[in-house]
Design a protein around this ligand. Sequence first.
Ligand code: HEC
Ligand code: HEC
Ligand code: HEC
Length: 210
Amino acid sequence: MKSSLPLVLVLALSAACSSNTVTTDPPPSGAAAEATPTEPPPADDGTTEPSKTPPLRDAIDPSILSALKGANIDIAALPDDLEEIAKSPAKLKAVMKTFTIALGTTCEGCHAKSGTKIDYEAATPKKNVAKKMWTDLVRGLQKKDGKPLYCDSCHQGKMEFLDRADDKALGAWMKNNFVDKLARRDGAEHGCATCHGEPFKGEILDGWSK
Ligand code: HEC
Ligand code: HEC
Ligand code: HEC
């Protein structure tokens, strides 16, 4: 929000320049109101400790890249739906391995045991979240420079990695990492609302797990 005001001025200035008119009129008040997003301010006023969540990882883990490559999966052209992967046993096996690496977990981190055997087909809350993360995050987003995003870019070997001690600090971290370093693949404007919706809802994973 702080950063969108200068943008309005820049746009107003460049519009004034390109139409070759010299004007000192301020932009119409409606323009500023329109440019003001309704999401909560992530700004840190300096009284909160910065979030301890590590920054978004730049390079994708080499063992993940080689597992995908070994199954002929192009990380730059993943299918939008995980079910596409599941059609090939070799691809499914490779992707499942990458999930355990990226999240630092075992198969049972997402699949539930039924007696002594794991029931891979059964739906679980974690499986549901994983499917949404694939479609909405890994496939819905990319790095700002166009490079692909994968589970480990955010997770970095941990299923849970957010420092939730302070909502304000976490909001500032989210702005720096999940908003400013990422873009939507559909080209639409990217902000907190991409993941948190409008109006802003903090806890979104409950809904994703169903
Ligand atoms: C991060 C969560 C996660 C982890 C960890 C994980 N899986 Fe999966 N697994 C899924 C999801 C989600 C699907 C559903 C894929 C789809 O859309 O068809 C799935 C599907 C499967 C299936 C196909 C089930 C069916 O419906 O036929 C098998 C088999 C499987 N996983 C095996 C494994 C193995 C083996 C491991 C450990 C090496 C593992 N998974 C680790 C999330 C996970
Ligand atoms: C843009 C960042 C991002 C990407 C990419 C991402 N995740 Fe997540 N994921 C998160 C965040 C944030 C959480 C919440 C972590 C926490 O609570 O500390 C989370 C949590 C999860 C959880 C745990 C849910 C629960 O019930 O606690 C699973 C499972 C998961 N992600 C799977 C995946 C898989 C599989 C992929 C890759 C297909 C993936 N994620 C990609 C951001 C991401
Ligand atoms: C790429 C997706 C994504 C973007 C973009 C994003 N967040 Fe998040 N955020 C998450 C996920 C996932 C969680 C974990 C939600 C949960 O636990 O249910 C989370 C959690 C949070 C929480 C903690 C909520 C709670 O109640 O525990 C805050 C605060 C937050 N985000 C603020 C923001 C702000 C502010 C922005 C915009 C500057 C933003 N986020 C952008 C994915 C995102």
